[in-house]
Design a protein around this ligand. Structure first.
Ligand code: MLT
Length: 404
């Protein structure tokens, strides 16, 4: 008789943002007169930049003509996009990454959950706590995380690296040696960052113990401070220990368009096996390539006009971040993040749990945020607000919170 993958049955509850979505829909249905402001999931609200729209239109027109029509995309991505990424995101920053080390995909969420497939099930993962839930859940589905302890809300075979106010929300090297280390900077959910020197410590450590760092740099475009690295390949030795995940969702508003990429350097090995070849095999077998029109839109992100327009879009969201940060601070909240990231991390008032504060905010201010505990046990007592709303809604949400 057919059996399910029992690892799925170990997953507690539903995906964090699905749970929040359901709660908010129920509240909105019961309170049709209330204007709910959503600062929960990190979904963008600004329209695509004009140069991206132009690229999309012209790519659509190409698809209407037999002479320029495209079928399947190359499974690893079109050369025009891979070259633009290699040049703009890496070579122009002095990082030695070639176009054929870039694997174009439909987004960093999929890549961050799929990448674990090329590693052995007995590899041990280390994650920050709090953490973007996809890293852990995808390893649970694969059967790599052991058993769930509902009391501590942790998995027996996962190394948790607490990121708390005490360590400035930056993880310390783990006591137990991991095989795979997930790092995300600028960080989701805390909005914290680490300096290039701090990241170099991780790269040196991974090379020393033979671990691989899976570095999620989805929020790189929001970096405003000079000593914060834009890519892990700014660190010496990263080519032999790091895979980098990147997204077009947050820097160019592609959450509904879907585009991302993963960098796997050719030197990167697990034992004697080259991971570049393994990921290419996985990608080629399970993926048919991001659509041509979307990859043309991605190319426009790197045009001079695209860069200028996106700089303005990032500035727009970062103005929201500052409204949230300053507004909450002036109201007496303890806040962090929001300087190099579109997320503001705040301590819940009056010792409320994260979910209590979620309900309180939804009920009393009709504002949606994300409970910190949804990202891991060290997130308990914290709450995340996103800067991706409209400016007007952001200002209104903060005014409502201040009036509570
Ligand atoms: C978030 O809110 O954490 C992100 O938007 C989720 C994602 O990028 O998948």
């Amino acid at each position: 008789m057919v059996k399910v993958n029992e690892n799925y049955l170990k997953l507690p509850g539903s995906y964090l943002f699905s749970t929040i979505g359901k709660k908010v829909s129920a509240f909105a249905a019961a309170n049709p007169d209330k204007k709910v402001i959503r600062l929960g999931i990190g979904d963008v609200t600004q329209p695509l930049a004009p140069s991206i729209i132009t690229a999309l239109h012209s790519a659509v027109d190409e698809m209407a003509d037999a002479a320029t029509f495209r079928g399947y995309a190359p499974d690893l991505g079109y050369v025009f996009l891979r070259s633009a990424i290699a040049k703009n995101d890496y070579q122009d920053r002095g990082c030695d990454i070639a176009a054929d080390e870039i694997f174009v995909s439909d987004g960093a969420k999929c890549d961050s959950s799929n990448i674990q497939e090329i590693f052995s099930l007995d590899n041990k993962i280390a994650v920050c706590d709090p953490v973007y839930p996809v890293y852990v859940d995808s390893n649970v589905m694969a059967g790599r995380t052991g058993t769930w302890d509902p009391k501590t809300e942790t998995w027996s075979d996962v190394i948790y690296m607490p990121c708390t106010a005490e360590n400035d929300f930056a993880p310390e090297l783990p006591k137990e040696t991991p095989d795979l280390i997930y790092l995300c900077f600028p960080n989701n959910p805390t909005g914290s960052t680490i300096t290039k020197d701090q990241l170099q410590v991780w790269v040196d450590y991974a090379n020393k113990v033979g671990a691989i760092i899976i570095y999620d740099a989805a929020y790189e475009a929001y970096i405003s401070e000079d000593n914060v690295p834009h890519t892990i390949y700014e660190c010496e030795g990263a080519r032999t220990c790091a895979i980098e995940l990147r997204s077009f969702s947050k820097n160019a508003g592609f959450t509904g368009v879907r585009l991302g990429f993963t960098v796997v350097p050719k030197e990167l090995k697990a034992g004697d096996t080259c991971l570049h070849g393994l990921w290419a095999r996985r990608h080629g077998t399970k993926y048919n390539g991001a659509p041509y029109i979307v990859q043309k839109a991605g190319e426009a992100v790197y045009s001079e006009a695209g860069k200028a327009q996106l700089k303005k879009q990032i500035a727009y969201y970062m103005k929201n971040a500052s409204v949230i940060f300053e507004g909450l601070k002036s109201a007496g909240y303890t806040v962090s993040g929001g300087v190099n990231a579109p997320y503001i991390w705040l301590k819940t008032p009056d010792h409320m749990t994260s979910w209590e504060f979620f309900d309180y905010l939804l009920e009393k201010a009709n504002v949606v945020g994300t409970p910190g505990s949804g990202f891991g046990p060290s997130g308990e007592g914290y709450f995340r607000l996103t800067a991706f709303g409209s400016y007007e809604n952001t200002v209104e949400a903060i005014e409502r919170i201040k009036a509570l």
